[in-house]
Ligand binder design. Structure first.
Ligand SMILES: Cc1cc2nc3c(=O)[nH]c(=O)nc-3n(C[C@H](O)[C@H](O)[C@H](O)COP(=O)(O)OP(=O)(O)OC[C@H]3O[C@@H](n4cnc5c(N)ncnc54)[C@H](O)[C@@H]3O)c2cc1C
Length: 368
């Protein structure tokens, strides 16, 4: 029976696809199921639709409806309608709902199991035991297994910082219904309301900017509140608390057939889209579902990975271009008033950074 390493959105989507077709996959998840993964916490309209196809209703989970994008650079602002509504939803709630759906479909979930190393057909666990399976799905997301590291081809790599906190009524009212992107030198911040009156503030910044702030997340945030008027307006009276951090995010990377090593790599292990696109979870769902279909149809891992790399090329390349432009403040500040008058161009960019999904005859969504 297939083994799935990692119980994030990609692993859970693969498990739902396999279990729904009558196989009995097992998810090996190193956490105890209580984690709240570092994430911008915005789910695009495309992601919401895929979740609905998997039987998960984000409105029932309390997702905060988001119908517009607000961009800020210096003192400039531009607002755009999203092609269709997305939601703000915490990863704690999303991941729990997905694992629940996988269990109900017939998957087994083993918590507290850490995989250290993998070879075709064999998994080596942290407790020194060994598991064997003909089909293995690698869904460890942001974490690389020994010997399977994704290269960070940049001397100033990106890192993520995240605060999730109860929003004051003033902040909740100010940002309601929007995904806000605040662009600044060497990075950007995403701000969105989520379920239960919490706000999620997530930064993707260059490592050099973190070093310049003494490698202290609270100093990074204080500096931004000092320099960026729109962030100051929103966060001056808030109490975000301690941050979560993740280093060396390999934005732009895609696994090729050579990287498959006999495994079906999905989610962030298949490709890492710059997070300002808000499509990482969408890619996780689409690739997890497509891996399930590949396994059911007997497609070899290398062929699966080759095909996936081709299909992920456009959204990841487009998002990488936008990311590089966004973190150059002079460019972003000059561009904002121009693109404010070109909502069609912005909508096209939003659409080009989505994974393209269709329904099969069995009604399960797959990557096209
Ligand atoms: C700063 C930042 C902001 C982002 N914002 C957004 C956003 O707003 N919207 C969006 O759609 N995407 C966003 N993303 C991207 C999104 O978080 C990822 O694309 C998505 O989480 C990938 O899902 P996954 O299932 O592949 O991996 P993950 O979500 O990382 O899940 C991997 C799972 O595997 C488990 N695991 C790891 N190692 C092992 C092991 N050795 N053994 C067993 N289990 C293991 C982990 O505990 C985890 O549960 C953001 C990313 C970053 C870095």
């Amino acid at each position: 029976m297939p083994l799935i390493v990692g119980g994030g959105p990609a692993g859970a989507a693969a498990a739902i696809g396999l279990a729904s077709a009558g196989l009995s996959p097992t998810i090996l998840e190193r956490s105890n199921g209580e984690q709240d993964a570092l994430c911008g916490g915005f789910l695009s309209w495309n992601t919401v639709r895929q979740l609905a196809d998997l039987g998960i209703d984000t409105a029932l989970l309390g997702g905060h409806p988001v119908d517009r994008l607000a961009l800020f650079a210096g003192k400039r602002t531009a607002r755009f309608a999203l092609p269709a509504p997305g939601v703000g939803l915490s990863r704690r709630t999303l991941d729990a709902a997905m694992l629940d759906a996988a269990r109900q479909a017939g998957a087994e979930i083993r918590y507290g199991v850490t995989v250290r190393r993998v070879e075709p057909g064999t998994l080596y666990l942290a407790d020194d035991s060994i598991l064997r399976a003909n089909r293995i799905v690698l869904a460890t997301g942001k974490h690389d297994l020994r010997g399977m590291a994704r290269p960070v081809v940049c001397d100033d790599p990106a890192m993520g910082l995240r605060w999730r906190f109860r929003a004051s009524p003033a902040l909740a009212e100010r940002i309601a219904g929007a995904i806000e992107l605040h662009l600044f030198d060497h990075g950007y911040a995403g701000l969105v309301m989520q379920e239960d009156g919490h706000a999620n503030l997530c930064l993707a910044i260059r490592h050099s900017a973190f070093v310049a702030a003494g490698q202290r997340p609270e100093a990074v945030l204080a500096g931004l509140i000092d320099r960026e008027p729109a962030l100051r307006q929103r966060l001056d009276e808030e109490h975000p608390g301690p941050a979560q951090a993740i280093a060396n995010v390999p934005y732009g990377w895609r696994a090729t057939a050579r990287d498959a090593h006999g495994l079906y790599r999905v989610g962030d292990q298949a490709g890492v889209i710059p997070s300002l696109a808000g499509e990482g979870v969408g890619i996780a769902l689409a690739t997890g579902t497509t891996a399930a279909r590949a396994i059911l149809e007997g497609e070899a891992p290398s062929a699966f990975q080759h095909d996936l790399a081709r299909r992920l090329r456009r959204p990841i390349a487009t998002a990488s271009l936008l990311w590089h432009a966004a973190e150059r403040p002079m460019l972003a500040t000059a561009a904002l008033p121009i693109i404010a008058h070109l909502p069609g161009v912005v909508e096209r960019a939003m659409r080009m950074t989505r994974v393209s999904i269709t329904q099969t005859s069995t009604n399960s969504p797959v990557l096209l």
